[in-house]
Design a protein around this ligand. Structure first.
Ligand SMILES: CC/C=C\C/C=C\C/C=C\C/C=C\C/C=C\C/C=C\CCCCC(=O)SCCNC(=O)CCNC(=O)[C@H](O)C(C)(C)COP(=O)(O)OP(=O)(O)OC[C@H]1O[C@@H](n2cnc3c(N)ncnc32)[C@H](O)[C@@H]1OP(=O)(O)O
Ligand SMILES: Cc1cc2nc3c(=O)[nH]c(=O)nc-3n(C[C@H](O)[C@H](O)[C@H](O)COP(=O)(O)OP(=O)(O)OC[C@H]3O[C@@H](n4cnc5c(N)ncnc54)[C@H](O)[C@@H]3O)c2cc1C
Length: 633
């Protein structure tokens, strides 16, 4: 995977014409887009210059530096798909010769990833766009046979990209070989006009992501060279011979990359929301704790700590698990490069459930941060509303959450069956064998004891799912029907698995490195990890009571320990969010600025509203006054 060197923050943030005179929320839909293209082009130019000086680092671990652009854009960068999917799809799915050919223009082309259609997003085998080999001309002919086959949603497709990687059903000599990827130019490089045979446009305003330029694309007998099919895994030869892939799911590899990346991405989204809401909670004084004392910082309310500290801990959990998952991804990609695909199903299962949990948690936790800031959190200038709409989009894109959890459940059920047959299992699911063989311990009120307990919940629910499926089959349902009938429990098994993974990796990674850290840092990180694990043990107390030997007394002790941890973290709370080290220019928040001048910044921002340019708006004289005068008594 090529990663683009990201310019240092100072370099980017020092560029004058990247600053906005008018806050984006006061621009029209069209002005918003034009504004991000203006800023994105400057960034793109910087990337181009920087990349000429430095080698691309393949398989670079996720870094949120590219989110500088979000700070500059104060929204989604329409060029993001070029980097997030278009280039990775080519580097993962094209031959070296094709990569050299398709990427020879470097930043000279702007791409996107066009897979989803108006009629299909989840069920890829149902996609309707066709790519039919024309043997005589050595070309593929692309068509959108129905309205529902129009590509719909790809980021940057509406007006930004001039190329895309298209997922289409491959037809050779009348036979359909399923979804394959094709490199397609869609606009003229010079004029940017759509090429003949294409219908292009943007899909309209959305809940958020409004600068992502999500678009639609229809093909009408659109021809591309045969060599434009990405042929690393499967090939179509000049004589029409189809050489199938060693594993047809390798075509879906680009989605795994983004799913893996999103865990780190959500860590960063949460770090921003936590920084804003914790800093604001240290500035905001409201009400009393002791009646005869001054109004307190709202951060001193324990319930405010309960709302916010989990976001600090979760950001670290996602960052640490994101790096762990990235290492797994890199190792599996390396193995695939050597011809071994043994661990691909495990990686797919891990990326599906962790992408889902991280995006869902980021959504509700950012909303919780907003709500904890009262009315001021509802201002666009707080940046919490935008963080929320940007984060929650990820619950859907790159694989809708329900669908991905069912994919993980598929892996858990298969692993359970292997455990029943005495097969050895990968470390990430080996607890299923221990459970099956009744090799597990009594409850312990320790972080490790909680992790073991959460794993017992996974094993117990997975066993219950397997039995439910078997029960439906024995009553005459086909396996797929029995699967559908058991899907509520299957989702529960995957959710439990994802939570157990996050708790286990977070705790043991922190524990592993703590001896290398200064004592103070190790203490604070362990407090955050223990807070995270204890929080979720209490949230999942029902399941723990069903599947482990935990007692009511154990739960009371956990609640007590949880509240102790809140008090221990309170003195470090502002320091912890400061350590996320997110500059004001990237935080873009009147509530979360480092200097704490909340009220002055709120007023400065309010005065930028175009409505405040005059004391009386023209609508008074045009509309209100006639009515007032007419009905004046
Ligand atoms: C300006 C910026 C500057 C610089 C930037 C620099 C760097 C940035 C770099 C990275 C940034 C990264 C992220 C940034 C953040 C966000 C990204 C930006 C915007 C959003 C982009 C969104 C893009 C999209 O949404 S693309 C479309 C996504 N669509 C999907 O995910 C579709 C979901 N559906 C599916 O995956 C499949 O259809 C299915 C899994 C649901 C069903 O599969 P299928 O129908 O084939 O049937 P099954 O029978 O269920 O499966 C068969 C077997 O195949 C296995 N399987 C399935 N999928 C996979 C897979 N992906 N990998 C491996 N194996 C897979 C499955 O397990 C079955 O196996 P079994 O053995 O038979 O059980
Ligand atoms: C902000 C944003 C950006 C996007 N960017 C891109 C992009 O750049 N490129 C691209 O190709 N796509 C992109 N997408 C599209 C995205 O990948 C799809 O929306 C997603 O895959 C879900 O597909 P769908 O919307 O067609 O929903 P559907 O697949 O129609 O699913 C709708 C609902 O049906 C249910 N459902 C569906 N299948 C199942 C099942 N098997 N089992 C149980 N329930 C099921 C679920 O509740 C699901 O939410 C983007 C989407 C968004 C919101």
């Amino acid at each position: 995977m090529k990663c683009y060197p990201v310019p240092r923050e100072n370099l980017v943030l020092s560029i004058d014409n990247l600053k906005d005179d008018i806050p984006e929320e006061y621009l029209s839909h069209k002005e918003c887009y034009e504004n991000v293209i203006r800023k994105g082009s400057v960034l793109y130019d910087i990337f181009s210059e920087l990349s000429k000086d430095r080698k691309h680092k393949a398989h670079q671990a996720p870094s949120n530096a590219y989110r500088i652009s979000d700070g500059i854009m104060q929204n989604v960068n329409p060029f993001l798909l070029h980097f997030a999917l278009f280039v990775p799809a080519i580097t993962n799915q094209a031959t070296p010769e094709q990569q050299a050919e398709f990427l020879k223009h470097g930043f000279g082309i702007i791409g996107t990833y066009a897979q989803t259609e108006l009629g299909h997003g989840t069920f890829l085998r149902g996609l309707e766009t066709t790519a039919t080999l024309d043997l005589e001309t050595d070309e593929f002919v692309l068509n959108s046979p129905t309205l529902t086959s129009y590509k719909w949603w790809p980021g940057g497709l509406g007006h930004t990209a001039n190329h895309c990687v298209v997922m289409a059903q491959l037809y050779v000599k009348g036979k359909c070989h399923g979804p394959h990827l094709f490199f397609v130019q869609i606009r003229d490089i010079e004029t940017h006009e759509p090429l003949p045979g294409l219908k292009l446009g943007e899909i309209g305003a959305k809940m958020g992501f409004n600068t992502a330029d999500n678009g639609f694309l229809g093909f009408h007998n659109f021809r591309i060279p045969r060599n434009n099919m990405l042929m690393k895994n499967s090939q179509v030869l000049k004589d029409g011979t189809y050489v199938e892939s060693k594993n047809e799911k390798l075509t879906y590899g680009s989605m795994v990359f983004v799913r893996v990346y999103l865990l780190s991405d959500m860590a960063y989204m949460l770090a921003r929301a936590a920084t804003i809401s914790v800093r604001y909670s240290a500035v905001r004084h409201q009400s009393h704790i002791k009646p005869d004392e001054p109004e307190v910082q709202i951060l001193d309310f324990v319930i405010q700590q309960h709302k916010l500290f989990i976001s600090i801990a979760t950001s670290h959990a996602f960052k640490i698990c994101g790096l762990w998952l990235w290492q797994t991804y890199s190792k599996v990609m390396e193995d695939i490069g050597k011809g071994s695909m043994d661990r691909l199903p495990e990686l797919h299962a891990l990326s599906c459930c962790l992408k889902t949990t991280s995006t869902r948690d980021a959504g509700w936790l950012i909303e919780q941060c907003r709500l904890a800031c009262g009315g001021h959190g509802y201002l666009m200038s707080s940046n919490l509303p935008s963080l929320y709409t940007t984060a929650t989009a990820a619950i859907t894109y790159e694989g809708e959450s329900t669908v991905l959890l069912l994919q993980t459940a598929r892996y858990l059920i298969k692993s359970w069956k292997r455990a029943m047959e005495g097969e050895s299992l990968p470390a990430t699911v080996s607890f299923l064998s221990e459970y099956f063989n009744k090799r597990y311990n009594k409850w312990e009120n320790t972080p490790k004891g909680i992790v073991d307990g959460l794993k017992l919940v996974v094993a117990g629910v997975t066993k219950m799912c397997a039995e439910s499926i078997q029960k439906h089959v024995s009553r005459g349902q086909q396996y797929e029907e029995a699967w559908n009938s058991s899907s509520v429990q299957l989702i529960k098994a995957s959710e439990a698995y994802s939570r157990a993974l996050l708790c286990e990796v977070f705790w043991f990674e922190v524990d592993k490195v703590s001896s290398t850290l200064s004592n103070n840092l190790a203490v604070v990180l362990k407090q955050l990890a223990e807070l995270y694990i204890t929080y979720w043990a209490l949230e999942k107390r029902g399941d723990l009571l069903v599947y482990t030997t935990i007692s009511k007394d154990d739960l009371d002790k956990l609640q007590e320990r949880y509240e102790e941890l809140l008090a221990l973290i309170r003195p470090n709370a502002v320091g912890l969010v400061d350590s996320f080290d997110i500059r004001d220019e990237i935080l873009c928040s009147t509530l979360g600025a480092y200097d704490g001048r909340v009220y002055e910044r709120m007023m400065e921002h309010a005065l930028k509203s175009p409505l405040n340019a005059e004391t009386v708006n023209q609508s008074f004289h045009k509309y209100m006054k006639p009515v007032i005068l007419k009905h004046k008594i």
